[in-house]
Design a protein around this ligand. Structure first.
Ligand SMILES: O=C(O)CCC(=O)C(=O)O
Ligand SMILES: [Fe+2]
Length: 368
């Protein structure tokens, strides 16, 4: 009898503890429910081993960090964007184009941002686009891809509001774009080192990057819960860098695994002077899943919201395949290699037109 009771107790205790034991086992990839890790960019630049380690750990668990001491200043660009969005609709409409410039409320199709809930201003690369290089040139047949692909990424010029409508807007926006280019290059180098790769591992692929910078304005008066400003998604990027007015990321939430193994939406929260940096799907696949692209969303809220988001993608011809150093269990990576351009946001728009599935669904099938 005593023996039976003891056995029953042990079985019950094991059943109770099992989830926690499993959680402990997989804790290196478990997202935390606490606040995001704060990473000092100046220490990454100094190749501080402890900070590089913290970066790798945070990006392999949460997939998101607050980045401080980054040396860039989004506040004036956010202020200029706020002033621009406050202009009358007919003036803003003068700086509009299907893929660049201003997009009004209800003006775009987007898989994750309901068009009714936001307006935006966006632009692509502001420098380094060499029209004599076939990669950037939508004319002759190119060794990099189809003519249409060069046209898709580089066919349209950026469009900016003029000085009368929005004084200094273009200079501020372009200056911030170049600051983001430099920052993202350095972050990729730091990530490469933190994973034991050559510091230049990502460099060539980033040289012909296909990035864009979007100012997103979500007007106020949207009641909470059902009216998500941004639906749950992972980003199609290598890295995304977000700035918020006053450092307040209110509304932005990440999906965290908690100690009781349930998923919960956790606020990114406020951190003065911090940029929010997150891993996108490309970097997850490229690092063989060592880094994680975490689902995130933006809640509805009565307050308006303004964010400035830099989306980083490498050249559209980049082959995304994990290096052998990150495949410790044999020559094969966990994910099927693919060409970067085939998974971009633009490629998704083309897929939508052909009635093909969302990239979020495709990504699930990538695992071998
Ligand atoms: O507006 C934001 O803060 C987040 C937007 C976002 O997650 C995205 O566009 O991918
Ligand atoms: Fe996102």
């Amino acid at each position: 009898m005593l023996f039976r009771t003891a056995t029953a107790l042990i079985v019950a205790a094991s059943a109770y503890c099992l989830p926690y034991c499993l959680a402990a086992l997989f804790s290196h990839h478990r997202r935390r429910c606490k606040g995001l890790t704060v990473i000092r960019f100046d220490l990454l630049e100094a190749r501080d081993a402890n900070e590089l380690n913290r970066l790798r750990h945070a990006l392999s668990t949460d997939g998101f960090v607050h980045l401080v001491e980054h040396g860039t200043c989004p506040a004036p660009v956010l202020a200029a964007a706020r002033a621009f969005f406050a202009l009358p609709a007919d003036i803003k409409a003068r700086f509009s184009h299907p893929r660049k410039g201003f997009v009004p409320v209800n003006g775009c199709v987007n898989a994750v941002r309901p068009p009714a809930l936001h307006e935006k201003f966006s632009c692509g690369r502001v420098s380094g686009v060499d029209r004599t290089d076939p990669y950037y040139c939508p004319y002759d047949s190119s060794p990099y891809g189809s003519v249409e692909e060069a046209q898709l990424y580089f066919g349209d010029e950026n469009i900016f509001p003029d000085e009368v409508a929005a004084p200094c807007f273009q200079a501020l926006y372009e200056g911030y774009y170049e600051a983001m280019e430099a920052l993202v290059r350095s972050l990729h180098a730091a990530i490469a080192i933190s994973l034991g790769l050559d510091e230049h591992f990502f460099e060539a692929a980033l040289a012909k990057h296909v990035t864009n910078l979007a100012a997103l304005h979500y007007p106020g008066g949207v009641a909470e819960a059902d009216n998500l400003r941004v639906k749950p998604h992972t980003d199609p990027t290598t890295l995304t860098i977000l700035a918020h007015e006053g450092g307040d990321a209110s509304g932005l939430q990440v999906l965290a695994h908690t100690d009781d193994l349930t998923d919960r939406w956790v606020d990114v929260g406020r951190h003065a002077d911090a940029l929010v940096v997150n891993v996108g799907d490309l970097l997850k696949f490229w690092t063989n899943g060592h880094l994680t692209s975490t689902r995130h969303r933006v809640k509805g809220c009565m307050e308006p919201r303004l964010s400035l988001v830099y989306f980083c993608n490498p050249g559209y011809d980049t082959w995304i395949e994990a290096p052998p150093a990150l495949c410790p269990h044999g020559p094969r990576a966990r994910f099927v290699p693919f060409r970067s351009g085939d998974r971009s946001h633009f490629a998704q728009q083309a897929r939508d037109q052909q009635g093909l599935p969302d990239r979020q669904l495709l990504s699930k099938r990538r695992e071998r």
